[in-house]
Design a protein around this ligand. Structure first.
Ligand SMILES: [Mg+2]
Length: 365
């Protein structure tokens, strides 16, 4: 079935959180952007993907419009493996990660959505079957800074039903405030986004030890310092997680090693979509490394992560952006319930289409 059109649709979701306006890459985020990739086939079916993301979206969309779409339109949407392999080969000189891979991720997810719709099955069943009907979600708070604000963010998360929470903080004071607010029975993770050399990271891991972290995420700069992670893993009193910016399964290979990481963190809108993410998971299974997907998404990227996570025991919880959204993309689908779990949707494909009303309200391009 031939691909007829590929379109990027950028949504801007209003949100609030406990702390001051924040963002990443030197830009604040007054709204949270999500780039839907709408792929239509000649028989009228529509599949939805999502590509990363936020401040770099103009570059990802330029790749999608100018490089990916001209090569993919007219091609067979059912040959996901063949088409994605061909596109990766043709586009590799423009980067095996970054915006090139983000755009390819969006197409790949949409093709899986189309395949599920064509088969009348949720994507998890195409991938081998659903082992779970719902997956615990952890809330991933934005950077809050002040310990008192961190404590308030943790209290709100408990009220919402979460039993697992991740901070984006780098100070002992903030982590201590979180543990005090959460009590002993809630899992706490800390994501520091690559700030430290090995020796600094080891020092901080020891200073965080009293707060019993489930994992310390991206502790080492530069992120390619696999040996630094290996030395840290051997010496630090905490489990380590990383991988949201590792661009493809080949680049993941040195990290998929139980002496380097406890958790690998592929991100479906960055790593090449569902096809590439399943390859990362397959490798992790062989070496006893668990998988903690990076998924602070609201659109098809979140549903794709749920479908993938449902197929494997290696994923024990799903990352859920720790903000209060002023709108939703799929209505109630993909949102955590009062028990802190997200139902894996069972409708064909990813399990839900974006609400046309939401697109009309939120579209900015
Ligand atoms: Mg992270």
């Amino acid at each position: 079935m031939k691909i007829e059109s590929i379109e990027a649709i950028v949504l801007a979701l209003p949100y609030t959180h406990e702390g001051p306006l924040t963002g990443f890459g030197g830009h604040d985020w007054p709204v949270l952007q999500s780039c839907l990739v709408r792929v239509a086939t000649e028989d009228g079916l529509v599949g939805w993907g999502e590509c990363f993301g936020y401040t770099v979206l103009p570059a990802s969309i330029a790749v999608l419009d100018n490089l990916v779409a001209p090569l993919a339109i007219g091609r067979d949407a059912t040959d996901i493996a063949g088409l994605m392999e061909e596109l990766k080969r043709k586009l590799h000189i423009f980067g095996r990660g970054g915006p090139t891979q983000y755009a390819l991720s969006g197409l790949d997810i949409a093709l899986w959505d189309l395949a599920g719709k064509r088969a009348g099955l949720p994507v998890a069943e195409l991938l081998g079957g659903r082992q779970k009907t719902a997956i615990p979600a952890y809330t991933s708070l934005l950077k809050l800074g002040e310990p008192a604000i961190v404590a308030r963010g943790c209290e709100k998360a408990l009220e919402q039903g979460f039993r697992e929470l991740k901070l984006h903080e780098t100070t002992v004071e903030a982590v201590a405030a979180a543990r005090a607010a959460l009590g002993d029975d809630v899992e706490l993770m800390v994501d520091v986004n690559c700030p430290w050399r090995f020796d600094e990271a080891l020092d901080m891991a020891h200073r965080f030890e009293p707060y019993r972290l489930k994992w310390l995420e991206e502790p080492v700069w530069p992120p390619e310092d696999v040996e630094g992670l290996r030395r840290l893993k051997a010496a630090a009193p905490v489990d380590l997680a990383a991988g949201e910016n590792i661009p493809n399964v080949w680049a993941f290979q040195p990290y998929i090693d139980a002496s380097v990481l406890n958790y690998v963190q592929p991100s479906v809108t960055k790593v090449g979509g569902i096809t590439e993410m399943m390859k990362v998971i397959a490798r992790a299974e062989f070496v006893g490394v668990r998988v903690a997907p990076h998924s602070p998404y609201f659109g098809p990227g979140l549903l794709a992560t749920l479908q993938v996570a449902a197929t494997t025991p290696l994923v024990s919880s799903i990352e859920c952006f720790g903000v209060r959204l002023g709108d939703t993309v799929f209505g109630p689908v993909g949102l955590p319930g009062a028990d802190g779990r997200i139902e894996v949707p069972t409708a064909p494909g990813l399990g839900a289409d974006p609400d046309p009303g939401a697109i009309a309200r939120l579209r900015i391009n």
